[in-house]
Ligand binder design. Structure first.
Ligand code: T4K
Length: 371
């Protein structure tokens, strides 16, 4: 099969017409306000709240610091139950707050934290559950809510992948005490870098806004050990512009996902995640599980794809519980997580990906896996 000339990456950021960005940043020159909760950041927060149908929001320079400040705002301590099948940021935020991450196995039906395995990990030191809506697939939010209520635990969702996702017509950000959406360039919707915290309780927003600005409440009152995690006006300009285009970007990704599904669904050796009814997806990632008993292993396919100029990713391998910096944790009991992490491959998915490129990727996969 002939190799495509242009490399195909896991993603490409959406960029608005450059003239619109020039026009947008003129306001920054006029205002001479570049950062520190400027007028464009405030406008962006208002628009984003409307778009996501949420009441309370605080914007951050990136998702990682947003998550870090959320842990502080919720005053979490001791141990947090979380998933090992996620990006490093989730676990690092816990550990950076001198809290022990306690890894819970995942479910094979959605690759999210397995609700049935949570209770046995709860002890007197547990203060919260921090699940991740991996690839934007919603966790069992009702099941998690039930356990949290029973044991009086906080729930902080890492919703980095779940921008715009809804369950039964309800925005995903309405579940749990707080949720963090990453607005990084590799995401469905971005502000170059960025993070948005949403929460039910308005009181947390005041705390979050102080935490992102060195803990300053006013010029003479510094009540919290905060940091510098403020979004700037250039980021917010990009965010406001991209908001105009995000529905169109999601629609394109939906078509691409359908295309992938219809071509790959009957290939022995490739397992796809079932879509859940009553979920409005935003098509952040397209994971496939490679069942090596039918042919090649995930690692072989991953390497072979590169020869065809296709750069898939092993999101998420290794498991966070296997990172050398968390070597005190053992993954032996995390059987589903281990299996998924060793066999998962995320395929390129972004609005600009053409039908021809999708077919090319699928044809290469067929050759590699069936052959
Ligand atoms: N929680 C979860 C569950 C997360 O997945 C993440 C981040 C976070 C928390 C933390 O949120 P942030 O602090 O990032 O807001 C990427 C992203 O940097 C990271 O945001 C994301 N998750 C993670 C899953 O993926 P890498 O190291 O894989 O990215 P990189 O630089 O290899 O980029 C991937 C490909 O994208 C490149 O091969 C080419 C393309 N690309 C990338 C960028 C940045 C472009 O074409 N243009 C670009 O500007 O981490």
């Amino acid at each position: 099969m002939k190799r495509i000339e242009e490399p195909i990456y896991i993603t490409r950021p959406f960029l608005p017409p450059i003239e619109e960005y020039y026009e947008g940043i003129k306001t920054i020159w006029e205002n001479q306000y570049l950062t520190n909760n400027g007028p464009i950041v405030r406008e962006f927060a208002e628009r984003l709240k409307t778009h996501l149908k949420v009441k309370n929001m605080s914007l951050f320079v990136n998702g990682t610091l947003a998550l870090d400040c959320a842990i502080k705002a919720l005053d979490l301590k001791g141990e947090i139950i979380t998933t090992p099948f996620t990006f490093a940021a989730t676990t690092h935020c816990i550990a950076n707050n001198q809290i022990k991450p306690v890894f819970c196995d995942i479910s094979l039906k959605d690759y999210n934290i397995n609700v049935d395995s949570i209770e046995s990990l709860i002890n007197e030191n547990t203060t919260a559950i921090m699940p991740v809506h991996v690839y934007g697939t919603p966790c069992d939010v009702k099941g998690i809510e039930k356990i949290a209520k029973k044991y009086n635990l906080k729930v902080l969702y890492d919703a980095a992948h779940a921008f715009g996702v809804e369950v039964n017509g309800k925005p995903i950000g309405e579940y749990g005490d707080m949720s963090m959406f990453s607005l990084h360039s590799t995401k469905v919707f971005h502000s170059i870098e960025g993070g948005a915290i949403v929460c039910k309780d308005e009181a947390y927003i005041k705390k979050m806004e102080a935490l992102r600005n060195f803990g300053i409440y006013n010029e003479e009152s510094i009540e919290l050990i905060g940091t510098n995690a403020k979004m700037n006006e250039f980021q917010a300009t990009m965010g406001i512009l991209n908001l105009k285009y995000v529905d169109c970007e999601i629609e394109k990704r939906k078509k691409i996902t359908r295309n992938y599904r219809s071509i790959l669904k009957n290939i022995k050796g490739i397992r796809l995640l079932d879509e859940i009814e009553n979920v409005k997806y935003s098509y952040s990632y397209f994971p496939i599980l490679i069942e090596k008993e039918f042919g090649k292993s995930r690692d072989e396919v991953f390497e072979e794809l590169k020869k065809f100029n296709i750069f898939a990713r092993k999101y998420f391998y290794p498991l966070c519980s296997d990172f050398t910096c968390y070597s005190q944790n053992k993954s032996e009991t995390l059987l589903n997580a281990q299996y998924v992490s060793e066999n998962i491959l995320t395929l390129p998915l972004y609005g600009q990906l053409t039908e021809y490129q999708v077919e090319y990727i699928c044809n290469v996969l067929k050759i590699l896996i069936v052959a």
